[in-house]
Design a protein around this ligand. Structure first.
Ligand SMILES: [Cu+2]
Length: 384
C-alpha cells in the first residue's frame, strides 16, 4: 500500500510511518517532549487530565444515541469508548444485494459518541483477529495527527488507544482513513460514524434560549458502489476486500448504485420507522462521510438547523431543506405538530425513491384541523 499521501514512510514500514507522521504528537500526548513542552505547556497538563473522572459510554446501534445528559452534569470528564472494527457481510436492499461492510462496532453507520465541550474522548480501537484489512479512525472533531488517523492504524489482532479533547461543540463525522485509495474504499464500505459534542450548558437557539430535545436520532447516509456481472446483476464475493478491483472501477464513475440510510434500504421504515409524538421535539443528526446530501422532512420543517454542524453558530430556522456537505454532519430539531407518517428523505428524489435514501417517522397524537384539513375528499368533478 502506498502511504506517501500521509507522510514520508514510503518504505512500507509501519513503524517508520508512525514515527514520521505521529511520533511528535504521540510523545506530546505522553508528556515526554522535553524543551518543547516547556514553551507550549498547556494550562491543563497530561497528569491533570489523567486524574479527571472517567465514564464508560456504552455504544448503541444507530439510529439511537448512547445515554447522555443534554447539560453536562459535572466538570470535564474522560469518556471511554470501545470501538471494535468488524468486517461483515450485509444485505443492503430488498433483492438481497450483499456487501462486505467494514464497520465500527458492527453497524453502518458506526455508533454515535456523545460528549460535552471540554471532555476528553478516549477511544480503544480494536481490529478483530478475524478481519483481513488494516483500519484506523479519523475524528473530524479532534485536533492533530490526521484526526487521530496517524496514531490508530491497527492490523488485524491489534488495538490502539487514542485520547483527544473535544474543543469544538457540534456534530462531526469520524471515518476510517488508512491511506491512499484505501480511504474512499473503506468509507464507501460503511466505515464512518459521528460524534456529538454538546455545549456544556446544552443547545441554544439564536437568542440564547435553551433547546431541549425529547428524542434524538442518528441518520447516517451511505453511498455504495456495487459491481455488476456481465448480465448486469450485482456481484457477490467470498471474502472482505475480494471486490477491490471491481469496486474501484464503479467508484471511479462517482455514480452510486445505492444511497441508503443506516446501512441498508428500509433500515428506518416499517417496523423500524423512527417514532415520535405530537408536541415532542426531536433532534435529527445526519452524517454523510463521502458525498453531498440534502435532507428534507416531508410534511414538517427544520425548526432549528445547524446545517454545517457547529453548535458555536446560531442555527438557521424554519428551513424546508438543508444541505449536508460530503464529509460532514448536521443537526436539526423539529417539534412535531401533526400525527401521521412523515418521510425523511434525501431530496434528490432519485436517490430517495430509487436508490434507497428514505426513512419514516411515525408520529402519534391529535390532528390539528387549523394547520391542515381536507375540505373536500377526492371526488368526481361535475365540470370539465
Ligand atoms: Cu477501515
Amino acid at each position: 500500500m502506498n502511504r506517501t499521501k500521509n507522510g514520508p514512510g514510503t518504505d512500507g514500514s509501519r513503524r517508520s510511518f508512525l514515527k514520521f507522521t505521529g511520533f511528535a504528537t504521540a510523545t506530546a500526548l505522553a508528556g515526554m517532549d522535553g524543551a518543547q513542552a516547556a514553551t507550549t505547556k498547556p494550562a491543563v497538563t497530561v497528569e491533570d487530565v489523567s486524574k479527571l473522572p472517567r465514564v464508560k459510554q456504552v455504544m448503541v446501534d444507530p439510529p439511537f444515541l448512547p445515554e447522555h445528559d443534554q447539560i453536562a452534569p459535572s466538570g470535564p470528564r474522560i469518556i471511554e469508548v470501545t470501538l471494535p472494527v468488524i468486517e461483515k457481510k450485509m444485505a443492503i436492499d430488498d433483492a438481497g444485494t450483499e456487501v462486505w461492510a467494514f464497520t465500527y462496532n458492527g453497524s453502518v453507520p458506526g455508533p454515535m459518541i456523545v460528549v460535552h465541550e471540554g471532555d476528553y474522548v478516549e477511544v480503544t480501537l480494536q481490529n478483530l483477529k478475524t478481519n483481513v484489512l488494516e483500519h484506523n479512525i479519523d475524528f473530524h472533531a479532534a485536533t492533530g495527527a490526521l484526526g487521530g488517523g496517524a496514531l490508530t492504524k491497527v492490523m488485524p489482532g491489534e488495538r490502539a488507544v487514542l485520547r483527544w479533547k473535544a474543543t469544538k461543540p457540534g456534530v462531526f463525522v469520524y471515518h476510517c482513513a488508512p491511506g491512499d485509495i484505501m480511504i474512499p474504499y473503506h468509507v464507501v464500505h460503511g466505515m464512518s460514524g459521528a460524534v456529538m459534542v454538546l455545549p456544556r450548558d446544552g443547545l441554544k437557539d439564536g437568542d440564547g434560549n435553551p433547546i431541549v430535545y425529547d428524542k434524538a436520532y442518528f441518520i447516517g447516509e451511505q453511498d455504495y458502489y456495487i459491481p455488476r456481472d456481465a448480465e448486469g446483476n450485482f456481484k457477490t464475493y467470498d471474502g472482505a476486500a475480494d471486490n477491490m478491483a471491481d469496486a474501484m472501477d464503479v467508484m471511479r464513475t462517482l455514480t452510486p448504485t445505492h444511497v441508503v440510510f443506516n446501512g441498508a434500504k428500509d433500515s428506518l421504515t416499517g417496523d423500524r420507522a423512527l417514532k415520535a409524538s405530537v408536541g415532542e421535539t426531536v433532534l435529527f443528526i445526519h452524517a454523510q462521510a463521502n458525498r453531498d446530501s440534502r435532507p428534507h422532512l416531508i410534511g414538517g420543517h427544520g425548526d432549528h438547523v445547524w446545517e454545517a454542524g457547529s453548535f458555536n453558530d446560531k442555527p438557521d430556522t424554519n428551513l424546508e431543506t438543508w444541505f449536508i456537505r460530503g464529509g460532514s454532519a448536521g443537526a436539526m430539531t423539529y417539534r412535531f405538530q401533526q400525527p401521521g407518517v412523515y418521510a425523511y428523505v434525501n431530496h434528490n428524489l432519485i436517490e430517495a425513491v430509487m436508490l434507497g435514501a428514505t426513512a419514516h417517522v411515525v408520529v402519534d397524537g391529535e390532528w390539528n384541523d387549523d394547520l391542515m384539513m381536507q375540505v373536500v375528499k377526492p371526488t368526481a368533478m361535475d365540470v370539465g
